[in-house]
Every structure is written in structure tokens, then in C-alpha cells.
Design a protein around this ligand. Structure first.
Ligand code: 2P0
Length: 353
């Protein structure tokens, strides 16, 4: 039985794609043109905490994000919030919900806040409404809120299979390696800007698919690179992992650049980071670190523990030049988990009663 008027709280974390998702074959169901691969961040580095309470006493749904009440009539928020309605239908309830979500990292700065937020929301609602959904089923629902959210339901190294079906039932994320698979692996989350991004990913992807003739090549290129990086992870070969990561990030940003009108998320600091990492690899005579950028100027630099000192040195030089505001490190993290009731973020004043 679902518990009304009881608060459920969970935490989850974002993921960073090393093989990127950029372009949909179905916009309504959020089905991608190619499979993607990501690593889930450690909760110590970045996390989202989300509380939900379903109640018949609420007049309407309430949503607070990072302390601010959100307008559920806003088109973008409404589109994503539709997954709540979907889960309510599965539970056969019309109880309204209060959702309070807090990101412990900068929102809308290309740091995958929607992935973490939506994955955590689906996870906590599954518990609150006692739906008993499998991770696969939750991944399919989260995908329809935000493609990259499908991957944040799992920890470690994760692959979101694009699937072939028109109904999307075979398009969900699966764990490739558990979070304890490669303890030496380190991701440096390099924040150069906390400003809001210019073009939302959704609109950017649509423009790329619709206007860019180069996009035709993307699916086959991403699929073969995915096969290559999977092998590299299996062999724990950091050079190969880093080379695939760099190549895929650059391919995606080249596609963005050549979209009409051109989409450019990288800035001077991003290019300075690319230069510095490439210089480091050249000095070492092999690839010891790889960079990747999402829909924003912030970088993720992956390496392994024995090279971390060198990466840190390079990044602190950039910090001294004012190119970087801060760096956080993360290993492979776990998927979402429940928190005790005492961790509730819902305050009486938010419920408007
Ligand atoms: C990714 N990104 O694979 C890629 C790389 C950004 C660059 O997925 O339209 O918020 O909600 O499915 O998942 C960001 O886009 O887009 C994203 P929708 P989403 O992580």
C-alpha cells in the first residue's frame, strides 16, 4: 500500500557521458540515434537529494528546485514533470505530490542536473507509490523525462542502449561495470563557469538532426567508438579510454559547431584545458588523461590515480591564470539510494496549507 502524507527522500548523482548522446530518432519518447556510455559520479562529489510526499490534501502539485518554487505550467518543466503523471497512472492514484529537490552542484551549467534530478525523482516515487519497478523499468521512465537520466539510475560504468523498437521498450540503461570495478579511475570535474547555458540541449539536438548533413555519419561513428571504449574498459586501458573520450567529445562539438545556426558551448577556458591536456599527453609520450565536455564549457578530465598528480599540476596552472574556478574529483559512484525520513527537505511552509 502506498503511504499518503508520508515523506520519502532519496539521493542520486549525475553522470558524464564518454560516448555522447546527441540527437533523437523519436522526440516524444526520447529515443536516441546512438547508444551512449557514461560513468556515474560519486555522491561525495555531486549529488541531488529529492523528497516527495503524495497527498489527497494538496490542491495541486508543488515543485521546489534548489529552494525556488517552480512554475509547473512552464513548458519545459511541464514536459519533464509528465513522468510523475505517468507513475501516478501506474499506481492508479490521483493524489497530488509535493517534490522538493536540491542539487549540490551548479544547475544548468552543463553539469547534468536534469539527469541526476529526474533519475532520483523516478527512484523515490517508485518507493513512495510502492510500484516495485525494476531498474530497467525506472530507466525507461526516466529516459522520457530526460535522455541522460536513464543512465543515472545505475552506478559505475553504464551503457544506454539505443534500442530498435518504435515504442522504446528496448531503450534503457544497463550497468557495464560496477562502481568498485576500477578504484584507480578518477574524473576531474573542472568548473570554468557557473552561468546558465545558452542553448538548451533539447533544442540544440533538434537543430543538429534537422540541419546538419554531417549528422548522418554520427550514429555509425558513435557505435563503433562505443565498441572500442567497452574493450578499453574491460582491459582497464586508460590510454584507450581517454583517446575514445577525447575523440567523441570533439566529434559531438564539431557537429554542434556545424549546425545551422552554429551551437557553441565551449569557451576560451575550455580550449585552454584541451590544449593543456594535449600538451601533457604529448610530454608523456602517451595518453594519460582525456577530456570531455557536455552542453557547456565545463570539462571532465579522466585519468587514473598514478597520473592524477600530473593532471592536478596542469589544472592548478590554469587556475592561477584565472581560467578555472574550481575542480572536484570523483571516482565511479553508486546509483540512487533511499535516505532516512529525518533527511526530508519538505517544509510545512512549502505546502501552502
Ligand atoms: C549526454 N548530453 O550524453 C549528452 C552529451 C549533453 C551532451 O544528454 O532532451 O538533458 O532531455 O533527452 O539528456 C543532455 O541532454 O536531453 C545530454 P533530453 P538531456 O549526456
Amino acid at each position: 500500500m502506498m503511504a499518503l502524507d508520508k515523506v520519502f527522500t532519496a539521493e542520486g548523482s549525475p553522470n558524464i557521458a564518454l560516448i555522447k548522446y546527441w540527437g533523437k530518432r523519436d522526440e516524444r519518447l526520447i529515443l536516441p540515434c546512438n547508444s551512449s556510455l557514461s560513468i556515474t559520479f560519486d555522491r561525495k562529489a555531486m549529488r541531488t537529494v529529492t523528497s516527495v510526499m503524495f497527498s489527497k490534501r494538496l490542491r495541486k502539485d508543488i515543485f521546489y528546485l534548489d529552494g525556488k518554487k517552480q512554475d509547473l505550467d512552464d513548458k519545459d518543466i511541464k514536459e519533464r514533470f509528465a513522468i510523475v503523471e505517468k507513475m501516478r497512472r501506474i499506481a492508479k492514484t490521483d493524489a497530488r505530490v509535493a517534490v522538493v529537490s536540491q542539487n549540490y552542484f551548479p544547475t544548468a551549467s552543463g553539469l547534468a542536473s536534469s539527469a541526476s534530478g529526474i533519475a532520483t525523482l523516478v527512484y523515490v516515487i517508485n518507493k513512495a507509490l510502492v510500484l516495485g519497478l525494476s531498474t530497467k523499468e525506472m530507466s525507461i521512465i526516466a529516459r522520457q523525462g530526460s535522455g541522460s537520466a536513464s543512465r543515472s539510475l545505475l552506478g559505475g560504468v553504464v551503457v544506454w542502449n539505443k534500442g530498435k523498437r518504435h515504442d522504446g521498450k528496448d531503450s534503457f540503461a544497463q550497468q557495464l561495470f560496477k562502481e568498485d570495478y576500477w578504484p584507480e579511475l578518477i574524473d576531474n570535474i573542472v568548473v570554468v563557469s557557473t552561468g546558465k547555458k545558452k542553448v538548451p540541449s533539447r533544442a540544440g539536438m533538434r537543430a543538429t538532426v534537422n540541419t546538419n548533413p554531417l549528422f548522418k555519419q554520427r550514429a555509425s561513428s558513435a557505435q563503433s567508438r562505443l565498441a572500442e571504449i567497452k574493450k578499453a574498459f574491460k582491459a582497464k586501458d586508460i590510454s584507450k579510454v581517454a583517446e575514445c573520450t577525447i575523440a567523441d567529445s570533439n566529434e559531438m562539438h564539431a557537429l554542434m559547431l556545424s549546425t545551422i545556426p552554429s551551437i557553441r558551448y565551449l569557451n576560451a577556458a575550455s580550449y585552454a584545458i584541451m590544449d593543456a591536456i594535449e600538451e601533457l599527453n604529448a610530454m608523456e609520450g602517451k595518453t594519460i588523461a582525456g577530456y570531455t565536455f557536455d552542453a557547456g564549457p565545463n570539462a571532465n578530465i579522466i585519468t587514473i590515480r598514478k597520473y592524477q598528480g600530473k593532471v592536478t599540476r596542469v589544472l592548478s596552472q590554469l587556475e592561477k591564470r584565472g581560467m578555472i574556478s574550481y575542480v572536484k574529483t570523483s571516482g565511479l559512484g553508486e546509483g540512487p539510494r533511499m535516505l532516512p525520513e529525518s533527511r526530508s527537505l519538505i517544509k510545512k511552509s512549502m505546502l501552502g496549507r
